[in-house]
Design a binder for this molecule. Structure first.
Ligand SMILES: [Zn+2]
Length: 109
């Protein structure tokens, strides 16, 4: 059995674990932004704004897996396209989050 180096105190171990947990959270957040709707460049195409609520209900907080609450929706022009930003907040940890949508009916006229 390998013995721990003497320099590795309890506090060092705890710090390492905290850093690892932070890295994991950051990874999850990055992953969330790569998924459909997680960022403007991967905005989800939806036929009407009415489906946004249903989508929000299915998405979980990438930090703690808590439910997200829709705070408001905003029309945001990005690169000539009008995107819809759903501003969310996690009910469990309170972390803010945005989901992005492209409303197909907006583009047609
Ligand atoms: Zn959360």
């Amino acid at each position: 059995m390998k013995r721990k180096p003497r320099s590795e105190t309890k506090r060092t171990v705890e710090r390492k674990q905290a850093r690892a947990a932070q890295r994991l959270t950051a990874d999850r957040e990055r992953l969330f932004e790569l998924e459909a709707g997680g960022a403007p460049r991967v905005a989800l195409q939806v036929p009407t704004p009415s489906v946004i609520d249903a989508h929000v209900a299915r998405v979980r907080c990438p930090r703690c897996d808590g439910k997200l609450e829709l705070q408001e929706q905003a029309a945001v022009p990005i690169d000539g396209a009008r995107l819809r930003e759903a501003r969310l907040k996690c009910r469990a940890c309170g972390a803010p989050r945005s989901l992005w949508f492209r409303i197909l009916s907006d583009a047609s006229n």
